[in-house]
Design a protein around this ligand. Structure first.
Ligand SMILES: Cc1cc2nc3c(=O)[nH]c(=O)nc-3n(C[C@H](O)[C@H](O)[C@H](O)COP(=O)(O)OP(=O)(O)OC[C@H]3O[C@@H](n4cnc5c(N)ncnc54)[C@H](O)[C@@H]3O)c2cc1C
Length: 375
């Protein structure tokens, strides 16, 4: 095994998974998170698709997600009026062991991943980041903002879409780009009996949905076209979202009436990123949103970061040289991630533009056929 000691930069979904996966393979892992504490800020909830559950099972975290979240094998398609049009299956990417999809609160998901990382022996340090990284042939020397320093065989940069590590070491790479789309999300009480994601296609917005995340709550979301740099008044986010989803029927009016706290509403322009392979320089590897990000239409952004983390841990703990391990990592990740970025961009754009004849289901089937294969 070419790696004994690793540093993970960033305690988000990808970084915590990487920490847990590396430590479970006997590697000494130190994780630094720039914020004062671990946890997600305001994203409300997300869907863990079956391929992500498979990867999470390798760090012992999948069952806890099933227990904390709302697992489902189907979703519900509705017309803008709210009329149920179909109840198709989600692509069965986690079968036979895992549900096709789990709606979960981001707070619960972070808690589960943090527990998995701590249980595996990861030393987590918050409120600290790297000051400099000096690449050596066998190890990299890192100086931290708290004055300490350390030598590491591997540095996993999981510091998100605006990765400072990427900016330092991959200076020629273009950063994230606007998709021309934006998404609203709001926490709301889960309507009784609603246990599956509800997707309203058509109508004035690109997509209006409801995702149950546990017995108590769901989140309502709405995606539409947006001008780059468009800003929203944070004090009235609830009113602005209510306006956006006005006219949609079914469960939406009842939920809209309960969206009354602007701090439980998030608005964000959607960016995308796919940096060219390889995602490593010397001893440093970028994973998760630091290397790739996509619109959430196929719910695979976090899933790809989780898979990156698990595959990287597998490869660097296998026999052989460090260089060969990273080359195998890249070979396993490139086509799969590229497909997810391409398909989610195309589905998002065409859904929002209501492109006549665009077959979103066929695009998603194309990605799912690949994602159903082992990562
Ligand atoms: C609207 C929306 C909906 C989504 N829905 C889904 C979904 O349903 N399913 C799905 O699979 N994916 C979904 N995604 C994608 C998913 O949220 C992201 O892919 C995922 O959160 C990325 O995790 P990450 O750990 O790579 O990066 P981040 O979540 O950005 O975490 C990076 C971490 O690094 C820390 N950090 C940053 N800089 C430094 C530094 N210099 N030093 C130390 N620490 C640092 C940050 O504080 C943060 O904790 C969605 C995304 C959006 C925007």
């Amino acid at each position: 095994m070419s790696v004994q000691k690793a540093l993970v930069i960033g305690g988000g979904i990808s970084g915590l998974t990487a920490g847990a996966a590396l430590a479970r393979r006997g590697i000494d892992v130190h994780l630094v998170e720039i914020k004062d504490k671990l946890g997600d800020e305001g994203g409300i909830g997300l869907s863990i698709m079956g391929n992500a559950s498979k990867a999470l099972a390798t760090i012992g975290a999948a069952q806890a997600c099933v227990a904390a979240g709302m697992p489902a094998d189907v979703f519900t398609v509705r017309a803008p009026s709210g009329k149920v049009v179909a109840v198709p299956p989600w692509p069965p990417l986690g079968k036979p062991e895992w549900p096709a999809q789990i709606g979960i609160s981001r707070a619960d998901f972070h808690r589960i991943l943090t527990e998995a990382a701590i249980a595996a022996g990861v030393q987590v340090q918050c409120g600290v980041t790297t000051r400099s990284i000096e690449q050596g042939k066998e190890r990299a020397r890192v100086e931290f903002t708290d004055g300490r320093s350390g030598d590491y065989d591997l540095i996993v940069a999981a510091d998100g879409i605006y990765s400072k590590t990427r900016a330092q070491l991959f200076a020629e790479v273009t950063g994230p780009q606007q998709t021309g789309l934006a998404i609203w999300r709001a926490l709301a009480p889960r309507p009784e009996r609603i246990t599956t994601t509800q997707l309203h296609f058509g109508g004035p917005q690109g997509l209006v949905g409801i995702c149950p995340i546990n017995d108590e709550n769901c989140y309502v979301y709405c995606m539409h076209e947006a001008r780059p740099g468009e800003r929203r008044d944070p004090a009235t986010l609830h009113e602005q979202l209510r306006e956006k989803i006005e006219g949609y029927g079914g469960l939406i009016p009842g939920l809209a009436a309960q969206i009354s706290d602007p701090t439980l509403v998030s608005y964000r322009p959607i960016e995308w990123l796919l940096i060219p392979a390889p995602w490593y320089r010397g001893r440093v590897v970028l994973i998760g949103d630091a290397a790739h990000a996509n619109p959430p239409n196929v719910a695979q952004g976090a899933a790809m970061g989780i898979e990156d983390a698990v595959v990287l841990a597998e490869e660097v703990s296998s026999p052989g040289t460090f260089e060969d391990a990273l080359a195998r990592f890249m070979a396993r990740r490139w086509e799969r991630v590229k497909l997810v970025v391409e398909v989610s961009r195309s589905v998002a754009k065409n859904q929002v533009e209501h492109t006549p004849g665009f077959d979103a289901a066929a695009e998603i089937r194309r990605a799912s056929a690949v994602l159903a294969e082992p990562y």
